[in-house]
Design a protein around this ligand. Structure first.
Ligand SMILES: O=P(O)(O)OC[C@H]1O[C@H](O)[C@H](O)[C@@H](O)[C@@H]1O
Length: 423
C-alpha cells in the first residue's frame, strides 16, 4: 500500500471487530465533530488544516534564509525545548546528515552541556534560531541570552542580528520586542498552535529547511494524510480506529503504550510522540502513560519486562516497510565466530527478522500489538506520520474526556523553582 496504514490484527485477543465497531458507533458524533473541525473553530486548532502551513510567501522566505545559512554556516544552533524543538529534531535526525552541523541548546539547564556547546562554536561560522511560543520558558530564554551575547561579541551587533532568527508569538511577546529592536529575522509561532502540534508550521519547518530536507514534501505528505482521513469511511478510518482501540485498551487495564521502532534514526520521533500524547492526555487523573523503545537495543533491557512483566502495557510499532538501505554480511571461510549461518545475508534481513520475531513473541506473550506501517523513511511519509498522530491524539484525548490542548501539570514544578530562583 502506498500510504501509511494501521494494522490491528494483533489486538484480536482483546478487541474484535464487533467491539471496535460498537465503540466507534458510540463515539460517532464526537469523532465526526473532531474530524469536521476547522482551524477557525478554536484557538488551538491552527494545525488542523494543512493548507494553513502552505503559505507560499512564508515558505519562500524560510527557504531563502535557510539557503543562506547552508551556504555560510558551519554550525546552526536550534534553541528551544519541548514542542519548540522536538519536531524539527525528529526530522533532522531521521533524514540523515545535514551539511551544516546542527546543535540543540536551551533544552536543559546543565552548565556542562552549555559549556560544551559554547566550546564548539569557537572559530566557526554560527547562526542561531531561537524558538519559543512563550518566551518565559527558562531553558531557551536564558540560553538565548548567553548565545546572543556571544554572537554580538564575535560578529558585532549588526552581523549578529543577521545571524539570529527568532520564531515566536507575534503578539507583543518579549521575544518579538527583542527581535524588532535588534533587527532579527522574525518568524511566526502561530498563536493558535501549541508547541507539540507545531512541527508543520515555521517552528519546525525553518530548522528542517536549514538541514536541507525538502519542507514542501513534508507538507505534501501531511496534506495527503488530511485528505485520506476526510475521505475514508469512519469505520475503516485508521486514525479513528487507532484512537478508539487505545481507549478500549486503557479501559481493559492497559495503562502504558510503548511506541516501538526498529530504526535508531527514529528515536527522536519517539520523543516527539511521547510529548504529544503525554501532555495532551495525562491529566485529571486520566490517560495512557506514553513510553517508547528503540529496538533491537531495548530488547536487551525492557524486552524482559514487556514479555514477562505485569500485563499493563501495549505496543504500537512504527514499521518502516522499505528502509532502502542494506549492509551485506561479509563471508568467512572458517566458522570460528560461529556466525556462518548468516553468510550471504544482509543486515536489513536481520533487522526485519528481529522485528517479526518480536511482534510474534510479544503477541503470544499477552501484549496487544498495533502496527503503523510506513512505506519509506522520506519527508513525505514523515509528514503523513506527524499529521496522523496529531489527529489521533486530538481524537483520543477527546474520547477520553480531557482537553488535548492544555498542560496545567507542568506548572507545579515551575512554581516551586521560581520561588527559589526569585528568592
Ligand atoms: O515554546 P515555549 O513557550 O518555550 O514552550 C516550550 C515547552 O515548554 C512548556 O513547559 C510546555 O510544557 C511545553 O508544552 C512547551 O512545548
Amino acid at each position: 500500500m502506498n500510504s501509511l496504514h494501521l494494522d490491528y490484527k494483533n489486538v484480536d485477543k482483546y478487541i474484535n471487530n464487533e467491539i471496535l465497531k460498537e465503540e466507534v458507533s458510540k463515539n460517532k458524533k464526537l469523532i465526526e465533530n473532531c474530524l469536521k473541525s476547522k482551524a477557525s473553530d478554536s484557538d488551538s486548532l491552527g494545525w488542523i488544516n494543512t493548507y494553513h502551513c502552505n503559505d507560499e510567501d512564508m515558505l519562500t522566505k524560510m527557504e531563502s534564509k535557510a539557503k543562506e545559512i547552508r551556504e555560510n554556516a558551519d554550525i546552526f544552533v536550534l534553541i528551544g525545548v519541548g514542542g519548540s524543538n522536538q519536531g524539527a529534531r525528529t526530522v533532522i535526525k531521521s533524514m540523515g546528515d545535514s551539511k551544516v552541523e546542527i546543535l540543540y541548546a536551551g533544552n536543559n539547564l546543565s552548565p556542562a552541556y552549555l559549556k560544551n556547546i559554547m566550546e564548539k562554536l569557537k572559530g566557526k561560522s554560527v547562526y542561531v534560531n531561537v524558538i519559543a511560543k512563550n518566551f518565559a520558558t527558562l531553558e531557551p530564554g536564558i540560553t538565548f541570552r548567553v548565545m546572543r551575547q556571544y554572537l554580538e561579541e564575535t560578529y558585532g551587533e549588526k552581523e549578529a542580528a543577521n545571524r539570529i532568527i527568532a520564531t515566536g508569538s507575534l503578539n507583543g511577546s518579549s521575544l518579538e520586542k527583542l527581535g524588532k529592536m535588534k533587527g532579527y529575522t522574525l518568524l511566526p509561532f502561530p498563536l493558535d498552535v501549541g508547541g507539540r502540534f507545531s512541527v508543520l508550521t515555521p517552528v519546525g519547518l525553518f530548522p528542517i529547511a536549514v538541514s536541507g530536507v525538502d519542507i514542501r514534501k513534508l507538507l505534501a505528505g501531511a496534506s495527503e494524510m488530511e485528505k485520506t482521513i476526510h475521505t475514508t469511511d469512519i469505520y475503516k478510518n485508521d486514525v479513528v480506529n487507532y484512537a478508539v482501540i487505545r481507549n478500549l485498551l486503557l479501559k481493559k487495564g492497559y495503562n502504558i503504550e510503548i511506541l516501538g521502532v526498529f530504526e535508531p534514526l527514529m528515536e527522536f520521533f519517539n520523543k516527539w510522540w511521547v510529548q504529544l500524547f503525554g501532555e495532551s492526555e495525562g491529566k485529571d487523573g486520566k490517560g495512557i502513560y506514553p513510553s517508547s523503545c528503540s529496538f533491537s537495543e531495548d530488547l536487551h533491557s525492557l524486552g524482559q519486562y514487556i514479555q514477562d512483566g505485569q500485563k499493563i502495557l501495549f505496543e504500537t510499532f512504527i514499521n518502516i516497510e522499505d528502509m532502502e538501505s542494506s549492509y551485506p554480511i561479509p563471508l568467512e571461510k572458517e566458522d570460528i565466530d560461529e556466525f556462518n549461518y548468516l553468510n550471504g545475508k544482509d543486515f536489513s534481513f536481520l533487522n526485519r527478522s528481529a522485528y517479526e520475531a518480536t511482534v510474534k513473541a510479544h503477541y503470544e506473550g499477552g501484549i496487544p500489538v498495533l502496527t503503523v506501517n510506513v512505506p519509506k523513511l522520506t519527508p513525505f511519509y514523515m509528514g503523513q506520520l506527524f499529521y496522523f498522530f496529531e489527529v489521533a491524539c486530538y481524537l483520543s484525548a477527546t474520547i477520553l474526556g480531557v482537553d488535548p490542548f492544555n498542560q496545567p501539570g507542568v506548572e507545579a514544578y515551575k512554581i516551586n523553582m521560581f520561588k527559589t530562583l526569585k528568592a
